[in-house]
Structure formats: C-alpha cells, structure tokens
Design a binder for this molecule. Structure first.
Ligand code: SAM
Length: 215
C-alpha cells in the first residue's frame, strides 16, 4: 500500500498508548494483560488502514484483536477509526510482522488473518510472502494448538502458491472459496483492498486452514 508520507504519524501513534502498544515485547506470554480479560486473541498481519480489523472488533466483542502494520502512514487511519469507535478489544502494533517471535509466545494467539498480502510475484522474493513456510512456522510458534489462518486475496497466483505452501506445511484445509462474493459465506467483512478490487469485478479468493495438533 503506497501512501503519502505523513511525518506526524509516528508522533500521533505514540500519543495513544492505550490503542497502539509501544513496547509489545513486554507482553510476550501475557497478552491477556493488555486486554484485562481471558478472551481469545486474533491478529491480522498487514492490517493496512484497518477497515477489516475495526469491523471484526465491532462485530465480535468477545474476541480480542491486534492489527499489525509496518507503515506508520497507513496504520494511522486504523488509529483514527479506533479513537472514534473506542473499542476495548482492539490494539494496534506498528511493527514488521517478521519480528513477531519477539512479541508473542506459544499459546498467545488463536488465529491469524492475512488479507490481500503483498504478492511478491518474483520467485526470488518468495521468502517475503506472508504464506512462505518460515512465516507458517512463526505463526505456529505463537498459536494455540489447532490455531487457524484465514486468508483472502484477489491474486490467483498468490492464492495457488499459498494453498500449496499450507498443504506442504501440513495445514488442514477447512474452507476454500474461489469466488467469495458469489458464495454462501456469511458475515464477510471487507478490507480496503477487497472493496477496491471487487468493485472492478475481480474475484476474491478465501481459505481457512488449521494447524494439526502435534502429539
Ligand atoms: N490488509 C489490507 C487490505 O486488505 O486492505 C492491506 C493490504 S496491502 C496490499 C498490504 C499491507 O501489508 C501493506 O499496508 C503493508 O505495509 C503491510 N505489510 C506487508 N508486509 C508486512 C509485514 N511483514 N509486517 C507488517 N505489515 C506488512
């Protein structure tokens, strides 16, 4: 997502520590303290402007959400929505998702959402895709046994690659749609990219995969 640079964004993010966690490493292994309850925690890596994660937090008050976005000029829009909605079950992290190992411990997370992740189409950039095997291991190491990844994209190549990557990793396929908006799936909350691409008539792909419980 390319946006105009907003030099004031970093400072504004720091002015709302109740919404934008400033020292996320301090919560490793005890994220329930950040929410003051024991509800399950779902994260979105690459939250963008936050339409999806804010919508999910409004729709599901008994789930805690964390939106992770590395660009401060982008996540600032999610903060603006959060200030407006005053949601106690949503926190934001302005960090690179490849650093998650320093921030979450095993069992901290129940579910990971990946929405319209950057496709990195060149073979030599495969390792940057958020569905590459090293990311799948990263998510597994912070999730509860049987945790899930829910993934949406408009990019057929990335979707096919990701299904292969999930399968080779040993993830179980729970749900797949090759045309989400013309399927019977209910309760879909759209992302900014999803609105843009679907309004141009592009198909949206979606799947849910589950980690096997290792004995
Ligand atoms: N999910 C949003 C949507 O569907 O509208 C945004 C999609 S945009 C194509 C991808 C976003 O992921 C960008 O804002 C980018 O900065 C962010 N992103 C990519 N890699 C990331 C990473 N490793 N950690 C955190 N954010 C990342």
């Amino acid at each position: 997502m390319r946006l105009r640079h907003k030099p004031w964004a970093k400072e504004k993010l720091m002015q709302y520590p109740q919404y934008v966690i400033q020292n996320p490493e301090d919560y490793k292994g005890e994220w329930t303290k950040a929410f003051s309850n024991e509800n399950p925690i779902h994260i979105e890596v690459g939250t963008g402007k936050g339409k999806f994660i804010v919508g999910m937090a409004k729709a599901n008050p008994n789930v805690n959400y964390i939106g992770i976005e590395m660009q401060d000029s982008v996540i600032i829009s999610a903060l603006d929505q959060l200030i407006e909605a005053e949601l106690p079950n949503l926190k934001l992290l302005n960090i690179d998702g490849s650093n998650l190992r320093n921030i979450f411990a095993k069992d901290d997370i129940e579910r990971v959402y990946l929405n319209f992740s950057d496709p990195w189409p060149k073979n030599r950039h495969e390792k940057r895709r958020l569905t590459y095997k090293t990311f799948l291991k990263l998510y597994e190491d912070m999730m509860e046994d049987g945790g899930e990844i829910h993934f949406k994209t408009d990019n057929q190549g990335l979707f096919e690659y990701s299904l292969r990557s999930f399968s080779e990793y040993g993830l179980l396929l729970k749900f797949v749609s090759l045309d989400l908006h013309n399927s019977e799936f209910e309760g879909n909350i759209m992302t900014e990219y999803e609105e843009k691409f679907s309004s141009r008539g592009q198909r949206i792909y979606r799947c849910e995969v589950k980690y096997q419980i290792r004995g």
